[in-house]
Write a protein that binds this ligand. Structure first.
Ligand code: B3K
Ligand code: ZN
Length: 858
C-alpha cells in the first residue's frame, strides 16, 4: 500500500462542469451510466478514480474508446492525450447487493444507500474522486416499483413509470459539490414531514425517511433539526440554501451519520429516539448528531476541504459548532464535562501512543483511518481556543469573513486561520502549529504568594513529548483560563488594573506561548488559591503544584460546575495514579455533593465521575498492570460508597420514578438516580439490589430500565437472569434496544471473553450490522482487565481478521482498541507483540494493515 503525502498535493488537471448520472438498480447487479463534461485546467493526464467497477464501455466526444486509448488498473483509469474539452460517456456494472464494506452504493436489507466520504464514489463510477473537484449533479434513478422511494441530492425534477413494473426519478442539485457529498437512496420508506422558514424567507421542506415502524421515533430528530437551523442563523448568520432537507435512517452504517448535500444519511442510532428504547445520553447524541450534520452544510459542504489532509478544517470546526449548540440544550457546564471527559479518555490516549498524529496529518496510507478523535475533537479544541480568544463578536467577524471569502470553494486550514485573522483584526497565525504538531502538551507550574509584597507569582512552563518522525516540538500558544480565590473566604478576587494588562491576562485568559513564563499578580491582599485551565481552556495536561487541600478548596468554591469537576478529577488522578491518600477527596466530595444534588442533579451525577480504567491506562506509559489499576479504582469506589452510605439511601428514596419528561432537570434526576443506585449497591445498602429490580420493573423509560439492569447484571444479582430475559422479550424487535442488551452483558466487569464470544454466537448477533458488532466489542473494551489477557487480545485480532475483507473500515477501528499494548508489563507485553505479529500475514486491506503496522511500531 502506498503512502500519500500532504506535500505532494497538486491541483486537478481537469474540472468537471457537470455530471449526468443514471443508476439502474436490479436484483443481482446495478448499472451506472455517467456523462461527464470536463475542461482542462492544467497540463497533465486525465485521471479518473475507479475501484471494483466492471467497465462496460467508454466513449470520448462521441468516439468509443478502446483499451489502446487508456491505461486502467485496479484504482484508476488514465486517458492518454485527452483533449482540452472532453465529454465522456461511461457505463459500469457494480454489485451493491454483495457490498459488505458499506462504502459506495450498498444494499442494507431492503434499502440501497450510498456512503461516499471519503472515497466511496469511485466504487460507483469512474470520476475524479477528490474533494477539490466540484460539479453539478443530475441523477436519474431507475428501480423496480417494490422500491417506491427513489432519492438523490437536490430537487426532484421528474418521475414516472417504466416498462416491467419499474419506475424512475430525476433529481437535480443546483449547488456544485464534490463527489463525496453525492447520495442516493432506493427503498421502501415512510416519511415524516415538517418545514422551516429561513431568515431569508425560504420555506424548506424537511423530511425524515425511515421504516414505517420507526416513523414515530423521528420526532426528536425533527425538532433538533429545526433547532439547529435556527441556531446557525442566530449564532453564525447562516441560513439554509435549498428548498428541501432530507434525512434517511439506515441500520447498517459504519459510523454515525453523513452530511451529503441536502440528503443526510444517518445510522438509525443517531436519528431514532423514543424514551422507551433510547437512554437520555443516546437521545442527546441524536440531537447533537443532527446538529453536527446540519452544521456541515456551511462548514463542510458549501466550504469544503481542498484535500483529505484538511479533514479537521470541516470536522474540528463542525464539532466545535455542535458542542456549542449542545451547551444550549443542557447545562453548559455538563456539556463541557462530557466533551472534555471524552477528549481526555479517547483523544489523549490516541495521542500518547503509536497512532498519534497531528490534527492535520501530513501523510497517510488509508484516509479512512484518520476519522479520529484527534482530527475531530482536538480539531474542535483548536477552533474553540481561537473563538475564546477572540470573544463572540470578533469571532463572528472572523467566521463571516471565512464564509464570504470561500463560499463554493475547497480550502485549507490556512484559509480558515487567514479569514479569522483578517475578519477579526486579530492575528491568529501562531495557532497554526497546533494543527501540525502531534502530542498533548503538558503545562507545569508553581504559585507563590508574597504576603509582604502583596504579590502572587505564577510560573508556568510547557513541554510536549517528541514523537518519532516529527520535528522537535515547539512551544504552542496555550490559553490558560485563570482566576484567584480568597483562601479564607472562598470569594473570587477581582483581577483588574495595569499589572494584569502588562502580564497579558485578558478576560481571565493568559496565553502561555513560551517554554516558560512568569505572571505576577499585584495588590493581592490575602493569600489566594489559583484556579487554572478554567473551562478547559486548552487541550493540555496540567501538572500544577497544588496541594490536595487546594484542589478540595476548588471543588468547594469554584464558581462553575466544570471547574469543580476538573478539581475533583485532578484529586482523583493523584489518588489513582500517584497513591495519594483519598481522605481529602472523600471529605470534600461528601461535603459538596448533597448541596449540588439539590440544585443541579445533572451536575451531581458527573461530579461522581471516577476516571475510567481506560483513561488511567492512557496515563501509564510502561509496566501497566491492568489488575492493579482495576483494584485501586475498586477500592476507591468502595471507600466513596461507604463514606456516603446513609446519604445514598436517602437520596435514592427522594428520587421516585415520575412520568417521562425530556428536559435537563428531569434528565439530571434520572442520571443521578442511576449513579446513586450504583453506589448504594456498592455500599451494600440493605435492599439496594431489590431497588434495582423494582426500578427495572417500574421503569417508564430506557434510562431507568437499563440503569437498573446494569446494576443487576454487573453485580450478578439473583434477579439478573430473569430481567435479562424480560428485556430480550420486550425488545427483541427493536434493534437499538437489543444492542443495549448485548452491550450490558458484554460490558460486565465480572464477565469474560467466553461470554463475549457466546454473545457473538447468539441468533440475533449480526456480522453485517456494525452497531451490533460494536455493542459487544466496544463495551467489552471498557474492561482492560479482560482485554489485556491472551484470550482478550486474540478475541480482537480474530475480529479484525474476519472484518479485514468484509468491512475493513470497521475492522481497523476495532483493532485500534489494542493500541496501548506496548505499555503492558512483561510477560504480557511480549505476548501482545506475538499476537499482533501473528495477524500480520493474515490481513491485506489498506485500513487494517496501516493500523497494524502502526501498532507494531510502538
Ligand atoms: N463526515 C462523516 C464521516 C465520514 C467517515 C467516513 N469513514 C460524518 C461526520 O463527521 O459528520
Ligand atoms: Zn462531521
Amino acid at each position: 500500500h502506498q503512502t500519500i503525502y500532504l506535500k505532494d498535493y497538486t491541483p486537478p488537471s481537469f474540472e468537471v462542469l457537470s455530471i449526468d448520472l443514471t443508476i439502474q438498480v436490479h436484483d443481482d447487479h446495478t448499472l451506472v451510466h455517467s456523462k461527464l463534461v470536463m475542461q482542462r485546467l492544467t497540463s497533465g493526464d486525465l485521471t479518473l478514480c475507479g475501484r471494483d467497477l466492471e467497465l462496460l464501455n467508454i466513449s470520448l466526444n462521441g468516439n468509443v474508446l478502446t483499451p489502446d486509448d487508456y491505461n486502467i488498473d485496479p484504482e484508476q483509469l488514465i486517458i492518454k492525450n485527452a483533449p482540452d474539452q472532453a465529454e465522456f460517456s461511461i457505463s459500469v456494472k457494480i454489485h451493491p447487493e454483495s457490498n459488505t464494506q458499506l462504502e459506495g452504493l450498498y444494499q442494507a436489507g431492503n434499502l440501497f444507500v450510498t456512503q461516499n466520504e471519503p472515497e466511496g464514489f469511485r466504487k460507483i463510477t469512474f470520476f475524479p474522486d477528490r474533494p477539490d473537484v466540484l460539479t453539478v449533479f443530475t441523477t436519474r434513478i431507475e428501480a423496480d416499483k417494490k422500491y417506491p422511494t427513489l432519492l438523490a441530492n437536490g430537487n426532484l425534477v421528474e418521475k414516472g413509470d417504466l416498462p416491467d413494473n419499474r419506475h424512475f426519478a430525476i433529481w437535480h442539485d443546483p449547488t456544485k459539490k464534490p463527489s463525496y457529498l453525492f447520495a442516493a437512496v432506493i427503498g421502501d420508506l415512510a416519511v415524516l414531514k415538517d418545514s422551516f422558514i429561513t431568515m431569508e424567507g425560504r420555506k424548506v421542506a424537511l423530511e425524515i425517511y425511515a421504516l414505517a415502524q420507526d416513523l414515530p421515533k423521528c420526532h426528536v430528530a425533527m425538532q433538533a433539526l429545526k433547532d439547529s437551523m435556527k441556531w446557525d442563523e442566530d449564532v453564525y448568520g447562516r441560513p439554509y440554501d435549498l428548498d428541501n432537507y432530507m434525512i434517511v435512517a439506515v441500520s447498517q452504517f459504519n459510523m454515525g451519520a453523513m452530511e451529503n448535500k441536502g440528503l443526510n444519511i444517518f445510522n438509525t442510532v443517531c436519528v431514532l429516539a423514543d424514551p422507551e428504547i433510547t437512554t437520555d445520553p443516546a437521545m442527546f447524541y441524536v440531537k447533537s448528531t443532527i446538529a453536527h450534520e446540519y452544521f456541515h452544510n456551511w462548514t463542510g459542504n458549501r466550504i469544503t476541504c481542498r484535500d483529505w489532509f484538511q479533514l479537521c478544517l470541516k470536522e474540528g470546526f463542525t464539532v466545535f459548532r455542535d458542542q456549542s449548540f449542545s451547551e444550549t440544550l443542557q447545562s453548559a457546564a455538563v456539556q463541557r464535562i462530557d466533551d472534555v471527559s471524552s477528549l481526555k479518555s479517547v483523544q489523549f490516549a490516541e495521542d500518547a501512543g503509536p497512532l498519534s498524529h497531528p490534527p492535520r496529518p501530513d501523510h497517510f496510507v488509508e484516509i479512512n483511518n484518520f476519522y479520529t478523535a484527534t482530527v475531530y475533537d482536538k480539531g474542535a479544541e483548536i477552533a474553540r481556543m481561537m473563538a475564546n480568544l477572540l470573544g463572540p463578536e470578533k469571532f463572528r467577524q472572523g467566521t463571516d469573513e471565512y464564509f464570504r471569502r470561500h463560499d463554493g470553494q475547497a480550502v485549507t486550514v490556512e484559509d480558515l486561520v487567514d479569514s479569522l485573522s483578517d475578519g477579526s483584526g486579530v492575528d491568529l497565525h501562531h495557532f497554526l502549529p497546533w494543527y501540525s504538531q502531534p502530542g498533548t502538551p503538558c503545562v507545569k507550574g508553581t504559585g507563590h504568594y508574597d504576603a509582604s509584597a502583596k504579590t502572587y507569582t505564577l510560573k508556568l512552563s510547557q513541554s510536549t513529548a517528541k514523537r518519532p518522525n516529527y520535528p522537535e516540538p515547539q512551544a504552542l500558544p496555550i490559553p490558560v483560563g485563570v482566576a484567584l480565590f480568597d483562601k479564607n473566604t472562598g470569594e473570587q478576587l477581582q483581577l483588574q488594573g495595569n499589572a494584569l494588562q502588562q502580564n497579558g491576562v485578558k478576560d481571565g485568559l493568559f496565553v502561555l506561548d513560551q517554554a516558560e513564563q512568569t505572571i505576577v499578580f499585584e495588590q493581592i491582599h490575602t493569600e489566594p488559591v489559583v484556579s487554572l485551565l478554567r473551562n478547559f481552556s486548552a487541550p493540555v495536561l496540567l501538572d500544577f503544584a497544588y496541594s490536595d487541600e487546594d484542589l478540595a478548596f476548588l471543588l468547594a468554591n469554584e464558581t462553575n460546575g466544570f471547574n469543580q469537576w476538573q478539581a475533583a478529577q485532578m484529586l482523583l488522578e493523584r489518588i489513582l495514579l500517584q497513591g495519594h491518600d483519598p481522605a481529602v477527596y472523600l471529605d470534600a466530595i461528601a461535603q459538596a455533593l448533597p448541596q449540588v444534588a439539590d440544585t443541579d442533579a445533572l451536575l451531581a451525577s458527573r461530579l461522581l465521575d471516577i476516571p475510567s480504567e481506560s483513561y488511567l491506562a492512557s496515563r501509564i506509559d510502561q509496566n501497566f498492570n491492568p489488575a492493579e489499576v482495576h483494584e485501586k479504582r475498586e477500592v476507591l469506589l468502595k471507600a466513596l460508597a461507604d463514606k456516603l452510605k446513609t446519604y445514598w439511601a436517602q437520596a435514592y428514596q427522594a428520587l421516585p420514578i415520575v412520568a417521562f419528561e425530556d428536559n435537563s432537570v428531569e434528565m439530571g434526576k434520572r442520571a443521578y438516580r442511576n449513579v446513586v443506585l450504583g453506589f448504594a449497591v456498592r455500599a451494600n445498602v440493605e435492599g439496594a439490589l431489590d431497588w434495582a429490580s423494582q426500578q427495572y420493573d417500574n421503569a417508564v423509560c430506557m434510562t431507568e430500565r437499563l440503569g437498573a439492569l446494569r446494576q443487576l447484571v454487573w453485580n450478578n444479582a439473583p434477579d439478573a437472569q430473569a430481567r435479562l430475559e424480560d428485556f430480550y422479550k420486550r425488545f427483541k424487535h427493536e434493534d437499538l434496544a437489543l444492542d443495549q442488551w448485548f452491550a450490558v452483558q458484554a460490558g460486565n466487569p465480572k464477565g469474560n471473553v467466553q461470554l463475549a464470544r457466546q454473545l457473538m454466537q447468539h441468533q440475533d448477533f449480526d456480522w453485517s450490522t456494525p452497531n451490533r458488532i460494536r455493542s459487544v466489542t466496544g463495551h467489552f473494551a471498557g474492561n482492560p482487565i479482560l482485554v489485556w489477557t491472551q484470550e482478550g487480545m486474540q478475541f480482537y485480532t480474530e475480529i479484525a481478521k474476519r472484518l479485514d475483507q468484509q468491512n475493513p473500515v470497521l475492522g481497523s477501528r476495532i483493532l485500534q482498541l489494542l493500541s496501548r499494548w506496548y505499555t503492558l508489563a512483561e510477560p504480557m507485553r511480549s505476548e501482545a507483540r506475538t499476537i499482533l505479529q501473528a495477524l500480520k500475514g493474515q490481513v491485506s486491506s489498506s485500513s487494517v494493515c496501516e493500523t497494524l503496522n502502526n501498532l507494531l511500531k510502538a
